[in-house]
Design a protein around this ligand. Structure first.
Ligand code: FMN
Length: 264
């Protein structure tokens, strides 16, 4: 069974494609994460746990949830990470979680996908050609991952060096605590109070007050609210204005429209 969390659709795409190829079930963990529902999930087939990478690790809230989640049936676990190109020490965390659950770790696959993080000017925006390339490369890699999982073999990926662990282990929690405030998030008059942002927030950090979203302090900066807003009413201070608020589905729809316009 494929289990996934995804804020802007990259991981959802990979998870669904894998489940499709394997003819296996696919479960979105978002409702369970929001409800802190760690009750048993049973699968006859190996578990394939898919997550984005945040600040060189698996998202902190996802790790906490996974540790408590009860998995039964098949004793094997694969992990799949989607990132903008650097998954850091996510695989070490995956191995540790699997060991604590007394399950067998069968390795991980890393997919370099379009970077969804827009709440900082430290990264240049990806151009659409690059986004398209990454999605196409991922489709090719999916076939290889599928073959490996289907044959019950181990997934192999790059070696993680000790210096990476020494830097990342103390760095990530501090960064997440102090460099990801939710205060700059705000909705403009374009907001139609649909509540989608609150619905998609994995931490339940958003409430709708007087017809507008209000952000509390627990924020993972996952970009689900800002990027999935149907009226593009949400901004992060003046950092996100004019930036393309990437979601996998939005990009695909844009590409499809462009293709059909070029054909006409
Ligand atoms: C808070 C945050 C931190 C991120 N940190 C990293 C990172 O350390 N390395 C990286 O390559 N990509 C990083 N990314 C990019 C995402 O991992 C990548 O775009 C991922 O595919 C998004 O998955 P999703 O669309 O399923 O939410 C980060 C994204 C966010 C929102």
């Amino acid at each position: 069974m494929v289990l996934y969390f995804s804020a802007t659709g990259n991981t959802e795409y990979i998870a669904k494609e894998l489940a499709n190829r394997l003819n296996d079930k696919c479960l979105n963990l978002l409702p369970r994460i929001k409800d802190n529902d760690c009750s048993e999930i049973y699968s006859d087939t190996p578990f394939i746990i898919c997550t984005p990478v945040y600040v060189c690790e698996m998202p902190i809230f996802f790790v906490k949830f996974l540790k408590k989640l009860r998995l039964a049936g098949n004793n094997n676990a694969y992990f799949v990470f989607t990132s903008g190109g650097y998954a850091g020490i996510s695989a070490c965390q995956a191995r540790r979680i699997t060991r604590a659950k007394k399950m067998r770790y069968l390795g991980r696959a890393e997919f370099k996908m379009p970077r969804n993080y827009i709440a900082s000017n430290a990264y240049s925006e990806l151009d659409f050609e690059e986004i398209r390339k990454r999605i196409n490369d991922a489709a090719a890699k999916l076939d290889k991952v599928y073959e490996t999982v289907k044959n019950g073999e181990k997934l192999k990926d790059r070696h993680i060096y000790l210096f990476e662990k020494i830097i990342i282990v103390p760095f990530t929690p501090v960064w997440c605590r102090f460099k990801q405030p939710s205060k700059p998030f705000a909705a403009s008059d374009k907001c139609v109070a649909c509540g989608k942002c609150a619905e998609l927030c994995p931490l339940g950090n958003i409430r709708i007050v007087d017809g507008k979203p209000v952000w509390k302090t627990r924020c993972a900066h996952c970009m689900a609210c800002i990027s999935n807003c149907p009226t593009e009413a949400i901004e992060y201070g003046n950092i996100t204005q004019k930036k393309f608020k990437y979601t996998f589905n939005k990009f695909k729809a844009r590409d499809k429209k462009l293709n059909s316009e070029n054909r006409d």
